[in-house]
Design a protein around this ligand. Structure first.
Ligand SMILES: Nc1ncnc2c1ncn2[C@@H]1O[C@H](COP(=O)(O)OP(=O)(O)O)[C@@H](O)[C@H]1O
Ligand SMILES: Cc1ncc(COP(=O)(O)O)c(N)n1
Length: 271
């Protein structure tokens, strides 16, 4: 039989037992893009649409073994990083990704779940900013995460763009500040390092329809892995974000109604 290959995308993230966020959201998103999903699990969570009940972290050594096993055999064309709860796990991931010269790295700096539970320890935030963010092609903070990473506050669209530019200047990677927590829109803003030295980072807005729904569990995970898929397919970053937003808007608009809290989106809406 003739064989074929498809690009692989690696998700380094936490498992969500209820299937709507984390590793499970990433696998579904990558599969829906007809790409090959690989995983390195950083933590197991016992959670559902109403909240996170327990977290069991993987050891840093075991996270490293998963990453090495993946890169040695089926090297991914892009990497998405989600929940990374401790400083030592973050340091290990940064070290292994450098060793393997990983490209197309999308970091979703997950800090707090939609349900309100904290998913990263206080001391891990410094490791995240010092070790992981400088390796990223793009980071995808929501408004609260962008405020925490920049030390600035976001009260308007203008602030949202200024914070994205400040994150680019501080970390050297592109930054997509998501507006999903704004009440009236779902507009995200990308700032990218400018090609001309000394010029301000370039700003691009992605304005998409806001879907009226409470069921937004896993939207951040889904968006970041869809962006990684676009990069793995050879799209430019703005193209990858545009198609990721279209995919996510479709998944929200499909109107899945599961669970007793903030329910998951329909990752397979196009099939
Ligand atoms: N109700 C909605 N309708 C359409 N898009 C949404 C909605 N809520 C969130 N989004 C989009 O989902 C993505 C995740 O956004 P956000 O909720 O800000 O992040 P997080 O899930 O990390 O808290 C963004 O692209 C945002 O614009
Ligand atoms: C394992 C894991 N990773 C990430 C999130 C955040 O997802 P969201 O903020 O969209 O609920 C989550 N709830 N669980």
């Amino acid at each position: 039989m003739q064989t074929k290959t498809i690009p692989a995308v690696l998700s380094i993230a936490g498992s969500d037992s209820s299937g709507g966020a984390g590793i499970q959201a990433d696998i579904k998103t990558i599969a829906a893009h007809r790409l090959f999903a690989e995983t390195a699990i950083t933590a197991l969570t016992a959670q559902n649409t109403t909240g996170v009940r327990a977290v069991q972290e993987a050891t840093p050594e075991f996270v490293a073994q998963q990453i090495d096993a993946v890169f040695e055999d089926i090297p991914p064309a892009a990497v998405k990083i989600g929940m990374v709860s401790s400083a030592t796990i973050i340091e290990t991931i940064a070290e292994r990704l450098k060793y393997w010269s990983a490209a197309n790295i999308v970091v979703d700096p997950v800090m707090v779940a939609t349900s309100g539970a904290r998913l990263i320890s206080e001391d891990a935030v410094e490791a995240l900013t010092e070790r992981l963010l400088p390796l990223a092609t793009v980071i995808t903070p929501n408004v609260m995460e962008a405020e925490a990473l920049s030390g600035m506050s976001i009260e308007s669209s203008r602030d949202q763009a200024l914070v994205a530019q400040a994150l680019v200047e501080r970390f050297g990677c592109a930054a997509l500040v998501k507006g999903g927590h704004n009440v009236n829109d779902a507009n995200d803003v990308l700032a990218e390092p400018s090609p001309g030295a000394g010029d301000a980072p370039e700003v691009t807005w992605f304005r998409h329809e806001r879907v009226v729904t409470e069921n937004t569990h896993g939207t951040g995970c889904t968006l970041s892995s869809a962006i990684a898929c676009g990069l793995a397919q050879g799209r430019t970053l703005p193209e990858a974000i545009d198609q990721a937003k279209t995919y996510l808007t479709g998944a929200l608009a499909a109107g899945l109604g599961l669970g007793h809290g903030s329910g998951p989106v329909d990752h397979m809406w196009a099939y």
